[in-house]
Design a protein around this ligand. Structure first.
Ligand code: HEM
Length: 409
């Protein structure tokens, strides 16, 4: 499946009423590429709550929180089981093919596949990584602090989660440069399909080596724990281990990179908020949630298993729907004054989604962000966007920043 192939339908399917057609390309839309989250807000204001876009082979977009919650809570109708093909760049039936676990499995089997991740990624368990994250963050800050400027994306946001993943998975950090390069290629939408596929194979090859070595000798890491996990009375197969490792690698990478990138961009444009958080770091957890709401990253697809009417819209079996989580965070019905940064909101934002597939890595993501902001705000003087080099953005399943030059001092 090529979800963002650029191919536009010549003919709107018969079951789509004309008033629900709105042309929007989540990878190429010019307004999205100029300012991704401003575009999310404009979709709430300008487009029908559920609309059909003929771009990229034709798909539905759902932009309101209530409809997204209803869809994610009904996995019998709205399935994830095709996601492996989309995310790996390989067809589901092709060999070797990766089964992305647990994301590509629908309930009830999903529960058994997700269970082994719940405990190792619980808040208490990931707390053990706090010191390592602090050390990594400070090493990265050391490299840029004296220069009075940096490209936040490539020098800070990108290396941090890759290094952390390697630590979590128990991988030797002497392979950091190689692995970072692969991670960048795997998540970039600018590389061609063949390079992407070759990159996935190399990543899978490296992860396979780690799994094999842990099969021989367990260490104190997530791969070792997963090998001993109990999935309905048996341990995961090698193929399943690969599926878990690749999902964790992808799940924790581009998402955290961009959450940090968009959050820091927000602070670079709001000196008052920067000063407030510097003066009182206890405000950080609340501020991080509001930054995550304003800057949702991932949108997630579902496929219709049968004909279904959703909030008055007729879907047909086989239709694709993209749950536009970053837009749902700007839904007035769920978030009063959605464009404003308001500390202490109580409504749950949609950046980690809801339902059975709600992000299992959210505790780790929050910890990474909290430690990062604590150290960054403590050590880096008031920073702003480089007036000579505005940030650049990218779309696709994730809203992304590709360059974020900052200056300070
Ligand atoms: C700010 C950072 C992050 C964001 C915005 C994010 C977002 C999401 C979203 C929206 C989903 C739900 C997908 C769906 O419903 O189809 C998800 C699932 C998932 N995330 Fe995250 N994520 C983040 C960080 C992480 C991290 C650090 C990890 C790894 C430790 C991770 C691992 C996963 C996994 C394994 C799933 C699949 C869960 C399941 O299917 O039950 N994520 N994430």
């Amino acid at each position: 499946m090529q979800p963002f192939s650029g191919q536009k339908l010549d003919k709107i399917p018969a079951h789509v009423p004309p008033e629900l057609v709105y042309e929007y390309d989540n990878a190429r839309d010019a307004r999205m590429l100029e300012d991704p989250h401003a575009r999310m807000r404009s979709l709430i204001l300008e487009a029908p709550p559920i609309f059909f876009s003929p771009c990229n082979g034709g798909m539905w977009f759902v932009t309101r929180k209530k409809a997204i919650v209803d869809i994610t809570m009904n996995p019998e109708v709205y399935s994830n089981s095709f996601i492996a093909a989309a995310a790996s760049g390989e067809h589901k039936d092709s060999q070797p093919g990766f089964m992305l676990l647990p994301i590509a499995v629908d309930p009830p089997q999903h529960t058994a596949y997700r269970a082994p991740l719940n405990q190792p990624l619980a808040a208490k368990s990931v707390a053990g990584l706090e010191t390592a994250i602090r050390v990594m963050t400070n090493e990265l800050i050391d490299k840029v602090l004296g220069a009075g400027r940096c490209d936040f994306f490539s020098e800070i946001a990108e290396p941090l989660p890759v290094t952390l993943f390697m630590k979590l998975a128990g991988m030797p950090t002497d392979r950091l440069a190689e692995f970072r390069h692969l991670a960048t290629q795997a998540t970039s939408s600018t590389v061609d399909a063949a390079t992407r596929e070759a990159t996935f194979k190399r990543i899978a090859g490296i992860l396979a080596e780690v799994i094999k070595s842990r099969q021989e000798k367990r260490e104190d890491d997530l791969i070792s724990r997963l090998l001993d996990a109990n999935i309905q009375g048996r341990n995961p197969t090698f193929h399943e281990m690969l599926g878990y490792s690749i999902t964790l690698f992808l799940g924790g990478l581009e998402t955290v990179v961009n959450a940090l990138g968009f959050g820091v961009r927000h602070l670079a444009r709001d000196q008052e908020l920067q000063a407030k958080l510097r003066a009182d770091p206890s405000l950080l957890p609340g501020a991080i949630e509001e930054l995550l709401r304003l800057h949702g990253i991932a949108s997630t697809p579902r496929r219709l298993m049968r004909d279904e009417v959703c909030h008055g819209v007729q879907f047909k079996q086989g239709d694709m729907v993209l749950l536009l989580l970053p837009a749902a965070n700007y839904d007035d019905a769920a978030f009063p004054n959605p464009e404003q940064f308001i500390l202490g909101r109580t409504e749950q934002h949609m950046t980690f989604n809801t339902g059975p597939h709600r992000c299992v890595g959210l505790n780790l993501a929050r910890l990474e962000m909290k430690v990062f902001y604590q150290e960054w705000l403590k050590r880096v003087p008031p920073f702003r966007l480089d007036p000579q080099a505005p940030p650049r953005f990218m779309g696709g399943f994730n809203l992304a920043i590709t360059s974020l030059p900052l200056v300070w001092g």
